[in-house]
Design a protein around this ligand. Sequence first.
Ligand code: DAH
Length: 370
Amino acid sequence: MTDLADLEADLSARIAAAGDLAALDETRIAALGKTGAISSLLKTLGGMSPDERRAQGPLINGLRDRVAASIAARRTELEDAALEAELAAGALDLSLPAPPRRKGAVHPTMQVMDEMIAVFAEMGFSVAEGPDIEDDFHNFSALNFPPRHPAREMHDTFFLKPGPDGERRLLRTHTSPIQIRVMRRANVALGAPQFAVHQAPPIRIIGPGRVYRCDSDATHTPMFHQMEGLVIDRDIHMGHLKWTLDAFVRRFFEMDGVVTRFRPHHFPFTEPSAEMDVQCDRSGGAVKIGEGSDWLEILGGGMVHPNIIRICGLDPDEWQGFAFGMGIDRLAMLKYGLPDLRDTFGADVRWLAHYGFSAFADPNPASGLS
Ligand code: DAH
């Protein structure tokens, strides 16, 4: 009995004297830890006679509860005192600037994609999309590539394992399959009123997206971005294509005087086909658009081949149009001076912090807010 009273007096004194949380914890372990004084007393209960246990049990348990409560109370006191001391020492200075927070940035490719969409939107184009995993029909056959056409090899296609239907799907090698998907939907709208959700021609869309080719060097990566364009209407001709692309280039590069030229080319899905070059200067190592005597190819285009219009169920005698396709990353490199295309997809946040854009900038280059 006196033992218990002594122990309690001793522990109370040590708790009251504990000057910090570490000292208090030492006392807690000495009393209530596995081999602590009170824990050892509790263990002796097992060896006592029932009468003894009935007498001692409440005493020891009561001691344990009082000591635990006074440790908890002292802990609160010490914590409050520590906070008071910290506040008194002025450690919390609300007038200090907040530590810098890392802000996200818009990737240049996405910025340029948004800028391009903004320019074409002003001309009345809307955005259409298609799947990254395509089938042979949309990526090649419907675009007039015959089965053994060398362009199928040239495209260095990533093929997937054949599906349950036996068909070998592929990662689209260009955004041109979007043309097929849009035209076939438009045809449904013309022929079957129950599908009236689909818009009938005229069609005026751009189709941005990721494309894939097995290729890698300073100007090629296995995944990159293209933007397709398609206009289908009555009486569309090459002059419309030239005007549209000229207007786009001037607006996109924010330069009125950019000179462009069309060079004859071949694509299976356009006839006639052309590539468009912009005037540039390469003499200083970097490419400068809008001056000098060099040319840089930036896109392909032409009049949609009648076979394409036909395979999409439209009558080529009634509907004609033009199409074009351009590399978004390529235009981003040109406009913002990105040196190596591979860094663009290197996922290095330092690169992004340097070349990225604020998420709050207006992508429309004509708005003056960008
Ligand atoms: N699909 C072509 C490519 O990947 C680019 C292209 C050229 C798209 C001419 C077109 C076009 O729509 O008319 O190289």
